[in-house]
Design a protein around this ligand. Structure first.
Ligand code: HEM
Length: 287
């Protein structure tokens, strides 16, 4: 909605969502392009998504709105150049793609871990119910949820949706006795940093209070909490994703209770983004 300004509903949204899942699955698949392989299905899904985005772009050129895509199609740089249709298409797909599975993964982990830690859930609910007495959820309320922020940081730490990222090595370096030549690709592991005992005490334990102002464990070392990456290429959607997750979490805590259904395999699989192996089956009800 915010990016494409599209209010695609029902069937179309479900198809777009399925296409994103198929595209993400293809990221780590064996690159064989037959129509029935994971990779082949991912390419087909990508083409459908690009077709959809193309149609929306044509529409935004004709009728610009307040969404990010309308800004992109209208933007002109200091030399008077515009982005080409092809550039806008791939940028739009990148942003939709980067934000889709990641946010879904982290919100699922949040729902799972709160159901497993009723004392944390009760404290988070208390914070929300007190805020709700001052009015409906608003931008200013979003800035007054320190405990929910601690929980979201702990979910980012213990359940990072993305396992790592690549960096091109521009200058030869030596690290832990290894020589890494220029021109190589180095993979930084997000989950390894989050489980490092030098950074976080009892790293396997779910403990949102490690991010309280008194303990602030993330401040022991720079780049220890890196669920959104770090440095100049840090996640472009960081602020948006954090706000989106806070809104969903706040509304869930204010209005709903939930429980995990029995007989499901909650062990985690990291590919394409972190998720319980059998998905997550939850029963939601009203408070
Ligand atoms: C929980 C949600 C999200 C997580 C955990 C996440 C995580 C990440 C990570 C780990 C990176 C790599 C950063 C690096 O290499 O240092 C990244 C990059 C990126 N993310 Fe996110 N992301 C999330 C949501 C979003 C959303 C909602 C958007 C778009 C609206 C988005 C757009 C991007 C883009 C465009 C990049 C590439 C930035 C660049 O290379 O300069 N992400 N994200």
């Amino acid at each position: 909605m915010l990016l494409l300004g599209s209010s695609a509903a029902g069937e179309q949204t479900a198809q777009l969502s399925q296409d994103f899942t198929a595209l993400t699955n293809g990221l780590f698949a064996v690159p064989i392009r037959w129509p029935w392989t994971t990779y082949g299905k991912a390419l087909k899904a990508r083409d459908r998504l690009l077709d959809h985005i193309s149609q929306v772009i044509q529409d935004r050129i004709a009728h610009p709105g307040a969404d990010a895509l309308s800004l992109l199609v209208q933007s002109i740089d200091e030399d008077g150049d515009r982005l080409s249709l092809e550039e806008i298409k791939v940028q739009a797909l990148l942003m939709l793609f980067a934000g889709h599975e990641t946010t879904t993964s982290m919100l699922s982990s949040l729902v799972m871990v709160l159901a497993q830690h009723p004392e944390v859930l009760a404290k988070a609910r208390q914070e929300q119910l007190e805020l709700a007495q001052t009015g409906a959820l608003s931008l200013s309320q979003l800035k007054q949820m320190p405990y929910l922020e601690q929980i979201l940081k702990e979910v980012e730490r213990l359940f990072p949706p993305v396992g790592g990222g690549f960096r091109g090595v521009v200058k030869a370096l030596s690290f832990n006795g290894y020589q890494v030549p220029a021109g190589w690709q180095a993979l930084y592991r997000i989950d390894a940093a989050h489980k490092d005992e030098r950074c976080f005490s009892n790293p396997a334990t779910f403990d949102p209070d490690r991010f309280s102002p008194e303990r602030a464990e993330q401040k022991r070392f720079e780049f220890s909490l890196v669920g959104f990456g770090g440095g100049p290429r840090i996640c472009l959607g960081l602020a948006f994703a954090q706000m989106e997750m806070k809104i969903v979490a706040a509304l869930l805590l204010r209005k709903h209770r939930w429980e995990l259904l029995p007989q499901q395999d909650l062990s985690l699989s990291a590919i394409p983004t972190l998720h319980p192996k059998s998905g997550l089956r939850v029963r939601f009800g009203d408070l």
